[in-house]
Every structure is written in structure tokens, then in C-alpha cells.
Write a protein that binds this ligand. Sequence first.
Ligand code: MG
Ligand code: MG
Length: 277
Amino acid sequence: MGRNEQSIQLKTLEQIELMRAAGLVVAAALDAMRDAVAPGVSTADLDAVAEKVIRDAGAVPSFKGYHGFPASICASVNEQVVHGIPSTDQILREGDLISLDCGAILEGWHGDSAITVGVGETDPALLRMAEVAEDAMWAGIAAAARGVANGRGRLTDISFNIEKVVRRAGRYGIVDGYGGHGIGTEMHQDPHVLNHGKPGRGVRVIAGMALAIEPMITMGSPRTVELDDGWTVVTRDGSRAAHVEHTMALLDDGVWVTTAHDGGRGRLGDLVTARQP
Ligand code: MG
Ligand code: MG
């Protein structure tokens, strides 16, 4: 086992089941926000919706207070890529594209997931970008599932498959400098998961690993800049961006997507562990 592998927290099946419970809370919070998204709604309104779902479930919003972050969600509108701070001043308008990112802690275990949705009538090209990000995320998760099942998986097989799907779909920018991560008793753990790169590199993909996979792509350049608020990441060229995320855990026979209601079965079929109830 390499030095990098030693810093990765491996989970037991019982612990993965706890992560599943946290993941379902996050899924419910995202559902509630998706239903609430409409012209005239503020991103602070959406934050309140998510926080209520999380607290009503007996969980804690993991974003709130994380390195001083003031809210329970990140709401990133249009050219904002990730880490947008919810605000009563930011009112959604018809045609906006919004990424909603949310995390919850239940009994000490984390879930982390994001969706990108249109507000009202939205340019189909933007919705297509969100779909490409989602397809790329699932391709990355599938690569990890195959790798754990055949015993030959490496971390960057995930990265490679994400990039492959995005490149084949069109001329999108793949944001660099941000990416997926290990997750468990903390929201951000080793390893970092790049959204692009050559396959067959990095740590081995093994049972017990839990990772959040989160591609971020843009309609233009992949270059980003952080705003003076110290959080909001926007595209440098002002192009719109999409960001989606799921948390998944690897078992020896496949994957369990803890933040997906169906555990990933609909998208992954037999790549999902038989141990998921
Ligand atoms: Mg997230
Ligand atoms: Mg994350």
C-alpha cells in the first residue's frame, strides 16, 4: 500500500449504511429545492428550504460554518460555478441556470450532492450542458465500480471517464482546480479526484472507499476566478456553468451511490452492489 493509500479512510459496510442514511437526507433536501426553484425565488429561500429538510431529519447541514461558510447550501447561478453564497438579494429569473450543492451529517457521517437545474423556460443548450455534466459524473462512478469489481481500478480511471464523456459531447470547458474528494466522517477527505486526466494512475480503487464525484463544466473557457467574498467561483469569461455531484461508496462487488434515491441502479444497473437493500 502506497503512502497516499494510507491516508484514505476505508469504511465498513455498517459505516456505509450510515453514509446512506445521510445521503438520503441530502437527496430529500435537493428534491425540495428543485421543487422550490422558480422565477422570483431568492437563493436564501432555497437555503431555508434545504436547512429545514436537513434539520427535520435530525441531521446537521455540513456546509454551515465550514471554514466560516454562512449557509446550508451553495447556490451558484449562471456564470457562478460553485460555492455561491445564498442571498436574499439574489432573485432567480426565468432562464437562469442554478447549481444547488448541499451536504448533511447524520450520526457523524456525511453526504454531499449537487444538481444543476433551469429556472422556468431555459435555453436547451444550457440544459444539455447540465445533462452532459450528469452523464460524465455517472461515467466516472461506473469506472470506479468496474475497477473495484475487476480489482484493477485506479483513481484516475474516474477522471479519464469524466473527461471522455464531456469531450465527446461538445466544446465545453472542464473546470480545473476543483474536483471530487474522499468523504466519510468529514466532508472533504483524501483523495482529490480530478475531472480530467489519463487513466491508470493514482491510488487503487478499493472496497471501503467513499468518494464524492463532481464534474464542473462551462459553455466556454474552463478558467475561473474567486470573487472578493472569498467563496464564489465564477467563470473568467462569463460563460455559464454546470455542476453536479453524488457521493458513492465502493464495496467489493460494486458501488452504492448513497445520495441517489435508487442507489444508482437506474443509471448503473449491475454495477451497483448486491448488498444494497
Ligand atoms: Mg458538494
Ligand atoms: Mg463535494
